[in-house]
Unconditional design. Sequence first.
Lengths: 184, 286, 276
Amino acid sequence: MERPVDESSGDAELLGAVAAGRADALRLLHQRHAPWLRARLRRRCADADVVDIAVQDTFVAIWKDAHRYEATGADAAAWIWTIAARRLVSALRGPAHRWLGGVAEPLPDVATAPSAEELVLLGIEHGDLGAAIDRLSPELRVLIQATAIDGLTVRESAKLLGIAEGTAKTRLLRARARLRELLT
Amino acid sequence: MNTVSIDGLGKRYGATPALDGLDLELGTGVTGFLGPNGAGKTTLLRCLATALAPDRGRLRILGLDPAVPAQRTELRRRIGYLPQNPGLYPQFTAYDLLDYVAVLKELTDGRRRRAEVRRVLDEVDLTDRARTKVRKLSGGMRQRLGLALALLGQPALLILDEPTVGIDPEQRMLFRALISRVGESHTVLLSTHQTEDVGALCERVVVMNAGRAAFDGTPRQLINRADGRVWLSTTAPTGSQPYWRNADGLYRRLGDRPDDGRPAQPTLEDGYLLLLHRSAPARVAR
Amino acid sequence: MSGWHVDEGLLADYDRGTLPPSRVLAVDTHLLACASCREQVRVDPVWLTGNWSVVFDALHEPRSGPLHRFLRRLGLPEHRIRLIAATPALRWSWLGATATVLALAVAAAYLGRGGMQVSNAVLLVVAPVLPVLAVATAYGPPADPMHEITDTTPAAGPALVLWRATTVVTVAVVMGVVAAVLLPGPGWYAVAWLLPALLLSVGTLALSTVIALPAAAGVLGGIWLAGVGTAVTIHRDSSLPLVFGRTAQLGYLFAAMTAVVVLTVRRRRLDPGETR
């Protein structure tokens, strides 16, 4: 009835087993993915405790949501990362943290952010994308990072960075314009 | 020092003596209790586990006297007991049951308790079944869960009453391996009907009969008692000696040499059967 | 990009946070795409185990029902709630049975209204016995199939017995009071049965230091039902004020106090490992 899972099992197979309520499969996923998730999340948040909580929350969320994975059909690592990035945003909402929850005007989530593909295209078209990103001011760069690389919405990015949503949207538009400027 | 000292232990149920002035000294390692039903194995283990007070005699377990309330409580901190019918709540999950018994074992701090529950789940290889309700576990898994309950709190002495009863052969092998592993770090007392269990697990075997110890020694010594008393013959015996017919059509007989008897390799079971026959003197004339 | 992989040095710089932003982005995106580079990321096994254990506990944390939350609000520590929640008597089957008996008693009072006093007294006679039944099923055989394991833990003994008994008696009494308030008739009905209930419950515990708990419950519950039940049936009007009157109540109180003393003196015998 149940196929055994081990270190050689693929991510999708493990997620399937997790969906069937198998804690050993989740443990294997944790062993495989927790290290890099932690490393990546640490580049987004300096508070190690918050990162640890986000990693834990990620796997609890995977436990509950693994049955949804099949439907999305996405790459497992990407799917897990999406969860982790959002869990970090939630973990930052913890009472002891710096995010102050500035009340912003609710904005529609229009696609103001350049997609990762767009960035790559820009890079190919205009060469030195790396240099352009390095020259971008940090407050603009982190928004590019949160939206294009981490796949967060503008609202989530704002929460992650602890800024108002309206500010995030304005900065993103500026970032985009500045990036084009630097690349031409 | 001996782990367990038993001195003149007696317990009656109505007019029937279950333990009849038992004297025994037990050391470390795995000790097996063999014996027919009603021999007093369970009563003895229940007395040792502090589930039952003897009518007479003295016990000293891990240097403590269970008749003294304070020492009894201290003793309970150091004993893990798996009864014959553990009666695990069917509606609990394995994890909840362990969590509950861990509270009973004074693991009141949540973090320490959960760590201990994880440890024993891992030890009996049930981590993956932690969320399964007891009623949905197989017999072998339930026994493993019972053992995990006994292991909570790292007791120095494990008392297991018929732990291999009612589980299928494959699970029994797994369970034996588990007890053997546990026996490396704990003193284990276990009762069983299976002479194979004793041969596979125990450094020492006590055969109980009618509330007393009929034999106390190593499994090897018990086998040796059957030396020169096991035969293969073409004829069945006429007396009350135990025998059976093997696959070759020969009768495997215990006791005195039949006329055409060829000696056979004795087993633990032979030693056990001969011993019981001897301790029922009316049945066998020497 | 296909031939490019994250090497150890780059990963170490990434981890320390010393990489220029564009390189961070490059590692970010590459990690997402490349399983073998993800495997290169090493962590302290102690961290991994610790992180996993929190996840594992979160998956297995016993769900806390309304009773659980209520008890926590009362300030009971978590481990004590776990003990109480596992009390055999606190099953839905038991709660349901108690509620049914009380509901029937109340219904009998309404249906028999204007007629005989007997139906009105059913609740008063039955209610004190319910906590006794609760106590009898709070621990030990046969109500608790796990009693052998429970009995051989360091928590076994008088403290555990009293915690459980108190819990179930409280639940039974609360249910009884709710039923009694619904009862038609004089207001004192609602509380008249409380002292008899206390006496019978404590008396059962005290008697259980001599005989087995279910037997003790049977003896006292039986005496009450037979004695009071008969009296109320035969002398409807006169016996009710007598049995639940002021003098009788004082008697119940005095007897209950005596039972408390007996229980206190003999409490050690609530331990199954004690010679009887």
